[in-house]
Design a protein around this ligand. Structure first.
Ligand code: COA
Ligand code: ZN
Length: 317
C-alpha cells in the first residue's frame, strides 16, 4: 500500500494577474477560450478577473461577459478580485461567491494600486465586508508587498504581522494571501516570515496562502519554502504571464507548470494534469510572449513529461 501523497492547492491566476498586465485588449472570446482550457487541466480554483475601475485597468472591463459565457466545470472555484465596495457589490451581483480583496502592506504601493491610504483601505474593507460580504462569499484578503516594495524597499515583518491582525479583526473567517508582488523576496525571508505567521495565525478559520512572482528566478524556491512552513495554497500563472501594472519592475507570477512539476516531483500532489497544463500555458503565452517566463515550457516536452520522483521514466532515444 502506497502512502497517501501530501497535497497542495495551486490557484491559477493567469486570467487575472496575467491578463491585467497586458496592454492591448485581449478579445473576450480569446480570454474565454483560454480560461476554459485552463479550467480543464484539473485546477480547482481560478481567479477569473477583477471588478475594478475600467479606467484603472481596461483589460478587466469584460469580466461580466466572461462569467456569463465561459463554460467551466461545476466544481471549479471561480474567484474575482475586488479593490473596493463598488467592486464587491458588482461581484456579488454577478453571482461570485469567492472574493479576492487586495490591500498593500506599504503606503506607497497602496496609493499606487488603489489610491487610498492603508488606513482608509482597511476602513473601506471592514465597512463593505461587514455590510455585504460576510456570510455571502468566501474571502481571500491578499496583502500586497509583504516582502519588498518598489518604493520602500524591504518590508519589516512586524508590518506584515500588524496587517494580518487587522485582517483577522475585520474578517475572522479568511484566507490571507501573503504576496511577494515584486518577486524580490529571498527564500530565507519567505521561510522566516511564514515560520512566524503560520504557528501564530493559521487556524481552522484562518488560512495562509502564498502568492509569488518570478522576477528574479526565485518563484519556485520561494513557494517550496512557504510549503515547508505549512502553507498549502499557492498561486501560479500559466506560462508565468504577468507583472503588476502598479508595481514597477515586477514580472509575472511563478509559472503554474513550474510549480506543478516541482511539487509533483517532490511527491506533493497538485491534482493538475501537467501535459494539459503545458499545452494550455503555450496558448496563454501567445497573448504576450514577451511577458511570459517559466522554465518547463522550454524543456523538450517528452522530458518534461517523463514522470515524477521515483516514477521518472528514461527519455533518451
Ligand atoms: N468597478 C467599476 N468602476 C469603479 C470601481 C469598481 N470597483 N471603483 C470605482 N469605479 C469607478 C467610479 O464609479 C468612478 O467612475 P466615474 O469616473 O465614471 O464616476 C471612477 O471609477 C473613479 O472612482 P473612485 O472611487 O474615485 O476611484 P479611484 O479613481 O480613486 O480609483 C480604484 C480607485 C481602486 C477603483 C482604482 O484604483 C482601481 O480599480 N484600481 C485597480 C487596482 C488593481 O486591480 N490592481 C491590480 C491588482 S493587485
Ligand atoms: Zn501578483
Amino acid at each position: 500500500m502506497s502512502a497517501q501523497k501530501p497535497k497542495i492547492e495551486i490557484v491559477e491566476v493567469a486570467p487575472r494577474d496575467g491578463f491585467q498586465a497586458v496592454k492591448p485588449f485581449i478579445p473576450t472570446e480569446r480570454k474565454i477560450a483560454l480560461i476554459e482550457e485552463l479550467a480543464a487541466t484539473g485546477v480547482t480554483r481560478m481567479e477569473i478577473g477583477s471588478f475594478v475601475s475600467p479606467k484603472a485597468l481596461p483589460q478587466m472591463a469584460d469580466i461580466l461577459d466572461i462569467l456569463q459565457a465561459a463554460k467551466l466545470p461545476a466544481g471549479l472555484r471561480k474567484v474575482a478580485l475586488v479593490p473596493n465596495g463598488k467592486g464587491l457589490e458588482r461581484a456579488l451581483a454577478a453571482g461570485i461567491t469567492e472574493i479576492s480583496w487586495v490591500i498593500s502592506v506599504t503606503e506607497s504601493h497602496n496609493m499606487s494600486n488603489v489610491r487610498r491610504t492603508v488606513d482608509d483601505s482597511f476602513k473601506d474593507f471592514a465597512a463593505a465586508w461587514g455590510s455585504m460580504g460576510a456570510g455571502k462569499a468566501k474571502l481571500r484578503l491578499g496583502l500586497s508587498v509583504c516582502f519588498d516594495c518598489p518604493w520602500e524597499g524591504r518590508v519589516p515583518e512586524a508590518s506584515v504581522e500588524r496587517a494580518v491582525e487587522r485582517v483577522i479583526a475585520a474578517a475572522p473567517d479568511v484566507e490571507i494571501g501573503i504576496c511577494d508582488t515584486t518577486g524580490r523576496a529571498a527564500p530565507d525571508h519567505v521561510a522566516h516570515l511564514f515560520s512566524k505567521l503560520v504557528p501564530r495565525y493559521q487556524t481552522d478559520r484562518v488560512r495562509l496562502a502564498y502568492h509569488g512572482h518570478d522576477t528574479y528566478g526565485l518563484g519556485v524556491t520561494n513557494a517550496i519554502e512557504a510549503y515547508r512552513q505549512g502553507v498549502t495554497v499557492i498561486d501560479g500563472a500559466a506560462s508565468g504571464l504577468g507583472g503588476c501594472p502598479f508595481a514597477p519592475g515586477a514580472a509575472g507570477n511563478t509559472a503554474t507548470e513550474d510549480l506543478v512539476f516541482a511539487f509533483e516531483h517532490m511527491g506533493v500532489a497538485t491534482g493538475i494534469d501537467l501535459g494539459k497544463l503545458l499545452v494550455a500555458a503555450d496558448h496563454v503565452s501567445t497573448v504576450a510572449p514577451e511577458q511570459c517566463g517559466g522554465k518547463l515550457r522550454i524543456v523538450p516536452r517528452k522530458r518534461a513529461l517523463a514522470g515524477f520522483g521515483a516514477a521518472t521514466q528514461g527519455f533518451a532515444a
